[in-house]
Design a protein around this ligand. Structure first.
Ligand SMILES: [Zn+2]
Length: 434
């Protein structure tokens, strides 16, 4: 079935998030903040288009202390103020459902259990497919599902359910390329493909839809996600209302299957961690989390991302609101154990410490240790909502940000000192300025 355009005039806004490879910039970021109002677009446009372009990250002025020449004493007096975990739940920034909030926003796709993605294929009169759907699907089948199986600790299984047939869309490919930058046109793009496939595909069991564009159509340059928290403005089929869906583009040839892992992150509410419209787009998170860089050497999601999605439980996070305390953190790449210390430093700001090791999806990371970052849920996707602290010697793309024993770092009145480390993780002392 086809969703009919709503008749009631009202303002709507949605974000289209995606990655685009731009000449000279490499993994540059592109954001389209699409605003739509039926005959009355100004309000929505006025509020939405400023989201990415003008929001500046509230980056603190951190201070780095000189590493001590010998390790701190091993006897740590535990006078820390350990608070109920609710004191460290991240309040919502309410960015159209994409952003940091714990517990997570429930309006988009489920993040726990088996998530079924109806996968259909679309090409164009001016760019007919030359590869079979099966050949294109082989690019997508595997990497994203395997990635999430690991980073969710087995709690999320994303299953692609392909229907191997090319459906010919009605307009030239450039029309759909332009649609990627406009929320309503992107919705129509997805709805058109869904409607064409509907006679042959049962969408009633799908959590959302992936429309695979002919990857040899350069006029459809990249593949973003469609997100709409407006209940009257969605993609519909077979009685299902999809608040989120994905389309692929030409850059699938560059990114390969991990592109889909990044977009799946958006469907389950994760924000972009690279900087929109920047020539230094990795300045916030460097080489960590594929929501910052699909090709990161340490693509594993941060603790706050996994916690938000229900893949870490509250007892695996310690909320410290004052004093001094010592914590043993197990690597995020392993199942179980304490995964992070969170210190609230403002109504929406939190200092987080986690432990990283070159294991699994992070096997390629050149450094290891305690990683410190600041989350501010009031900052929008693509504007620095998560900022990795550089540690003592960050190096290019902050690849050396993880701290080793003896190293110490202070941000927002919170001093983190690594007192010991081993395969089992890092022991950190956290001192919160009174
Ligand atoms: Zn993105």
């Amino acid at each position: 079935m086809t969703g009919q355009p709503p008749t009631e005039p009202r303002n709507r806004a949605a974000i289209v998030l995606g990655l685009l490879l731009l000449a000279g910039i490499g993994a540059a970021a592109v954001l389209a903040v699409a605003a739509r109002g039926d005959g009355d677009a100004s309000t929505a446009a006025g509020s939405a288009t400023t989201t990415a372009a003008t929001a500046a990250p509230a980056t603190p002025a951190p201070t780095t202390s000189t590493p001590p020449t010998s390790e701190p004493a091993t006897t740590v007096v535990d006078t820390g103020e350990i608070a109920p975990i609710e004191d460290c739940h991240v309040p919502t920034g309410a960015f159209n459902g994409v952003g940091f909030v714990v517990p997570r926003f429930d309006g988009l796709a489920r993040s726990v259990g088996t998530i079924r993605i109806a996968t259909i294929f679309a090409d164009f009169d001016d760019a007919p497919a030359t590869r079979t759907p099966e050949e294109v699907f082989a690019i997508l089948d595997g990497p994203a599902a395997e990635f999430y199986r690991e980073v969710s600790y087995g709690r999320a299984e994303f299953v692609l359910e392909p229907h191997f047939e090319w459906y010919r869309l009605s307009e030239p490919s450039a029309h759909y390329g332009a649609a990627l930058l406009d929320g309503e046109l992107h919705r129509r793009f997805i709805q058109e493909a869904v409607t064409l496939a509907d006679p042959a595909v049962d969408f009633s069991g799908a959590d959302y839809v992936l429309v695979v564009s002919n990857p040899d159509a350069p006029n459809v340059p990249f593949g973003p996600v469609f997100v709409s928290t407006d209940p009257g403005w969605n993609v519909e089929a077979d009685g299902r209302v999809f608040t989120t869906s994905i389309t692929s583009g030409f850059d699938l040839n560059h990114w390969g299957g991990m592109w889909l892992a990044h977009e799946i992150g958006h469907t389950v509410t994760l924000p972009d961690l690279y900087e929109y419209g920047s020539t230094d787009s990795l300045r916030f998170v460097g080489d960590f989390s594929l929501m910052g860089d699909i090709a990161a050497s340490s693509p594993g999601l941060f603790v706050v991302e996994r916690w938000q999605l229900g893949w870490l439980d509250d007892p695996q996070i310690t909320c410290q609101t004052g004093g001094s305390a010592s914590h043993v953190l197990t690597p995020i790449e392993t199942i179980g154990g304490m995964k992070a210390v969170v210190v609230p430093v403002g109504p929406t700001r939190f200092v987080v410490v986690e432990s990283r090791r070159p294991i699994g999806v992070d096997a390629g990371m050149p450094d290891e240790g305690a990683l410190v970052y600041v989350v501010d849920s009031s900052i929008a996707s693509g504007a620095g909502t998560l900022d990795v602290m550089p540690g003592v010697d960050a190096g290019p793309a902050k690849i050396e940000a993880p701290m080793a024993p003896g190293e110490s770092y202070t941000v927002a009145g919170v001093t983190i000192t690594v007192t010991s480390a081993g395969p089992e993780g890092d022991t950190v002392q956290v001192d919160v300025a009174g």
